[in-house]
Design a protein around this ligand. Structure first.
Ligand code: NDP
Ligand code: 13P
Length: 357
């Protein structure tokens, strides 16, 4: 498990509870030592007792020595350098599963494409779903999807596929894994939901409530579907755990760092003061840029993501940007027919400040 943050530690907990030996890599030797000494990752999951079977280490060679599979769980922006760092010590041919969520900013690659470029000769997949780390570590009933592209031999003997093997390794107690062969669809869901969650947070923080949230979730799913399809994934995958499931979770509470960032910004808190100035991993903030750049490059309209990107990175005014989002031309749902009717009152502002809360 490469990454001893909240999600890496939670996934290590799931695997170790199921009887697997897990090497948990931290970039900080002192943290690895503390985890081994105390049986707890106090930095990220305080008061969660880690099961036997987890050994923390800050040595990549030690972490990967004899490994049967590797899960990569550091923030998406660190993925390429992590791949480069492990290349010399990675056991030949072992499957690599991504548990981080995003699109690479410079290239617009899905994270699996980054791994494929840096570490050829390894089958690459992803584990995604509605999974807050702490609840997962505490063994709350939780479900996620394990996606790898299926080969012909996998179809003949599905139990030997990397997706099935990892799903079986993860499943047990509260954790239940599903298997998918649509890696693109699963990755798109995970990357886009964080951006939409920021939008939900912004509108909740600005005083709007359930109608607005439901609209953003539903239209957010539509943006995911369009991007997934354009990249060769399947629209229906997005209605599963890694798309609609994770979006529902992340847009439902400020336990989500993405929702929480949006909420604070919606309340008018300046970015540097959000999270009381602490550095927090908010994937949707970086990925608002990478997702919208990618979508523009391949002509996929993603108006909610574009709105978030404009507010976060181009200095757009939150109220004006959401007013413009709501006053776009009237479209068909679902888009089985091409329709775009001029909005009758595009300049009428949304009622910020008049919310019934
Ligand atoms: N938390 C959750 O509930 C879930 C998170 N995810 C995804 O998992 C990924 C990781 O997030 P999460 O674990 O929550 O984040 P955390 O902030 O909890 O942990 C981040 C981890 O990555 C390490 N790290 C940060 N920068 C680097 C770097 N440059 N090189 C190597 N390691 C680095 C941190 O080390 P250090 O402590 O030294 O800073 C820490 O161990 C994200 O993509 C997130 O979207 C997916 C599902 C659920
Ligand atoms: O991805 C997550 C749950 O599935 C965690 O969401 P946040 O990164 O917004 O906290």
């Amino acid at each position: 498990m490469l990454g001893a943050g909240s999600w890496g530690t939670a996934l290590a907990t799931v695997l170790a509870r199921n009887g697997h030996d897990v090497r948990l890599w931290s970039r900080r030797p002192d943290q690895a030592q503390r985890i081994n000494d105390t049986g707890e990752n106090a930095d990220y999951l305080p008061d969660v007792t880690l099961p036997r079977g987890i050994t923390a280490t800050a040595d990549l060679g030690q972490a990967l020595d004899g490994a049967e599979a590797v899960l990569m769980v550091t923030p998406s922006a660190t993925l390429r350098p992590m791949c480069q760092a492990i290349a010399p010590v990675l056991p030949e041919g072992i499957p690599i599963a991504l548990a981080c969520k995003g699109v690479e900013r410079r290239t617009g690659y899905l994270l699996s494409e980054v791994v494929a470029e840096e570490l050829p000769g390894h089958v690459v997949g992803a584990v995604n779903g509605p999974t807050f780390a702490r609840e997962t570590a505490l063994d709350h009933p939780t479900a996620a999807t394990v996606a790898f592209p299926f080969s012909y031999s996998d179809r003949l003997n599905p139990e030997t596929s990397p997706a099935a093997r990892l799903a079986l390794s993860l499943s047990g107690g509260g954790f239940r894994a599903y298997v998918s062969d649509d890696l693109v669809g699963v990755e798109v869901g995970g990357a886009v939901k964080n951006v939409i969650a920021i939008a939900c947070g912004m509108m909740s923080g600005a005083g709007f409530a359930e109608n607005t949230r439901a609209a953003l979730i539903t239209r957010g799913i539509d943006e995911m579907k369009q991007l997934a399809q354009a990249l060769g994934g399947r629209r229906e995958t997005v209605t599963g755990l890694s798309g609609a499931g994770d979006l529902t979770l992340t847009c439902s509470s400020t336990t989500s760092r993405n929702m929480s960032l949006g909420y604070q910004l919606g309340q008018g808190i300046p970015r540097p003061s959000c999270f009381e100035g602490r550095p927090v991993v908010v994937e949707g903030e970086v990925n608002a840029v990478s997702v919208t750049d990618l979508a523009k490059r391949i002509n996929v309209p993603m108006p909610i993501c574009e709105t978030v990107q404009a507010i976060l990175h181009e200095g757009a005014d939150l109220q004006e940007a959401f007013t413009a989002l709501w006053a776009r031309p009237i479209e068909a749902e679902p888009q089985t027919m091409q329709m775009s009717l001029e909005h009758p009152s595009p300049d009428l502002p949304l009622q910020f400040g008049a919310s019934d809360q």
